[in-house]
Design a protein around this ligand. Structure first.
Ligand SMILES: CC(C)(COP(=O)(O)OP(=O)(O)OC[C@H]1O[C@@H](n2cnc3c(N)ncnc32)[C@H](O)[C@@H]1OP(=O)(O)O)[C@@H](O)C(=O)NCCC(=O)NCCS
Length: 194
């Protein structure tokens, strides 16, 4: 049986940047920005953020960011404009990584942006960066993406990073108690548009 102690930790935390977008560890100083993003109507509609969103939910995402890293299951990054690294514009994360000591694992990508951060390609850059890091530094073999069918904004981001849409999984997403169809895509290292 594999235990957390056997699981190799993700590499030490470091920022990821392409000079335009900066991905860094989120912290308590980002509280107001995280709450603003997590309560944006289409973030509530299309992601699994809790709604209503309370102090305990904020603490939970910061805990997932800290403890998921040491358990090698979740890599959560604040998405910032590289020129304003103190201002969190969104979150991007890899979740459910199955790093068991050997390269070749999988994880699921997820993301949202506050409205202030949209329309300038920051999330496309962020998804490219985090996916490249996962392949290069973590040795993942496949990254998956799921979205509620009809979430075209998310699909444009995923496709622009190279994700290949595989199809529609009927009633796969359970969203606020309602089952909805889900789009699914995968990214292999050779697909990534860096
Ligand atoms: C999904 C989401 C992050 C996309 O945000 P976004 O601002 O459209 O994404 P990007 O930062 O990559 O920007 C791309 C947009 O900026 C525009 N853009 C402007 N300059 C650009 C540049 N230099 N490079 C790329 N795109 C640029 C593009 O035209 C594109 O707009 P379009 O999608 O209307 O064509 C956002 O809509 C969101 O948070 N939605 C709610 C949560 C959600 O659905 N999350 C995903 C769950 S699966």
């Amino acid at each position: 049986m594999t235990t957390i102690a056997d699981t190799p930790a993700f590499p030490p935390r470091r920022d990821l940047t392409d000079g335009v977008v900066l991905l860094r560890e989120p912290g308590p100083g980002d509280a107001a920005a995280i709450i603003a993003g997590a309560t944006t109507p289409d973030v509530v509609r299309y992601t699994r953020v809790p709604s209503p969103y309370g102090a305990e939910d904020l603490e939970a995402i910061l805990r997932i960011s800290r403890e998921g890293w040491t358990a090698s299951t979740d890599a959560v990054f604040a998405v910032c404009d590289a020129a304003e690294p103190g201002e969190l514009l969104g979150l991007v994360g890899l979740h459910g990584a199955d790093l068991t000591g050997e390269p070749g694992g999988t994880a699921e990508v997820g993301y949202w942006l506050r409205t202030e951060g949209r329309g300038r390609g920051l999330m496309t850059r962020a998804v490219r960066l985090v996916s490249g890091w996962a392949f290069d530094d973590l040795g993942l073999a496949v990254i998956t993406w799921y979205a509620v069918a009809g979430n075209d904004a998310s699909r444009r981001v995923a496709v622009a990073a190279g994700y290949q849409v595989e199809g529609t999984l009927r009633r796969w997403a359970e969203n606020r108690g309602v089952r909805e169809d889900s789009w699914v895509a995968t990214l292999l290292p050779e697909d990534l548009l860096r």
